[in-house]
Design a binder for this molecule. Structure first.
Ligand SMILES: O=C(O)CCC(=O)C(=O)O
Length: 296
């Protein structure tokens, strides 16, 4: 059993950061997590990558869905062919991922940003864009994939590498969470709705559309970017020849969250026994990870 770094953030969250999260639907928190957490995730991920079946290759999916489009990305040096790999719910069988999601500074940080008394863990995801990965992450909203609803639902995006626009940093449509509309989820690498899902199709958003208030952040390991589950976001290709873009996203919900079974969205096994309207309470597959009452 490894010993884990501190659960305390490296610094307090400022009022301005809370305000940015509330008004923009996203906030960049530079230098907030001890790098020892990042090093642990890095070592866990390297081991997991020795078993490639743990990850979905979204590059193949993108290829299948884009038969008529040329998605080839050539970097300046002519490198192409990196993969976009993704995995989900590693916290369930990896103790480092479990610790990061449950006892790192993340739960207290999202509790503060959302002003929530309780925080539950919904899932984690790994999102890797190898050097020369052509696939963009299509603009989407997280909530349409989740079988929950409520005002206090968010994703924490934790980079394991230095990330900028060239390597596929995430881009957010400022304040798009205020629209309060839940769009259909898409296939993640193309803006085509998942079959059988409900709601309106997502709008087509281009990464470089100057008419839109798109924001992005250059991030380093130890930073976090937290976005609201209704905030529209996407990411570019990784055009670097040598730099990976690896990130772990951890998704949480807080006070007032209830289950909402969304037809067509991928379900987890425990969702089979939930009904729309059931409150989110402590459950082995959606555990309570922060309780303000126990902290004071
Ligand atoms: O890392 C990416 O490419 C996309 C991240 C994302 O959409 C998320 O974590 O919700």
């Amino acid at each position: 059993m490894p010993s884990f770094p501190s659960s305390e953030p490296l610094r307090p969250i400022t009022h301005a950061e809370v305000s940015s999260f509330v008004s923009d639907g996203v906030v960049h928190l530079p230098g907030i997590v001890n790098k020892d957490w990042v090093d642990l995730l890095d070592s866990a991920l390297r081991l997991m990558l020795e078993e490639p079946q743990m990850f979905a290759d979204l590059t193949s999916l993108g290829g299948d869905l884009n038969e008529t489009q040329d998605l080839t990305v050539l970097t300046e040096e002519g490198v192409k062919g990196g993969r976009f790999l993704s995995g989900v719910d590693h916290w369930k069988d990896n103790e480092i991922f479990a610790a990061f999601a449950k006892i790192s500074p993340l739960p207290s940080i999202v509790a503060e940003l959302m002003n929530s008394r309780k925080i539950y863990l919904y899932e984690d995801s790994v999102l890797i864009k190898e050097p020369g990965t052509a696939e963009r992450t299509a603009f989407h909203q997280d909530l349409g994939y989740f079988h929950i609803e409520g005002k206090n639902i968010c994703t924490v995006w934790a980079p394991l590498d230095g990330v900028n626009t060239e390597t596929g940093g995430v881009v957010y449509l400022r304040s798009s969470h205020k629209n309060n509309r839940v769009f259909k989820p898409n296939w993640f690498v193309v803006n085509e709705s998942l079959p059988g899902t409900e709601g309106k199709d997502l709008p087509d958003i281009e990464m470089g559309d100057e008419k839109l208030d798109l924001i992005h952040f250059d991030t380093n390991p130890g930073d976090l970017v937290v976005h609201h589950a209704l905030t529209l976001h996407g990411a570019g290709a990784n055009r670097s020849t040598s730099r990976q873009r690896r990130a772990v996203s951890v998704r949480y919900c807080g006070d007032g969250s209830t289950y909402k079974i969304r037809p067509g969205s991928p379900k987890k096994p425990h969702h089979e026994s939930m009904r729309t309207g059931d409150p989110v309470i402590d459950h082995p597959d959606c555990p309570l990870v922060w309780d303000r009452a126990k902290e004071s």
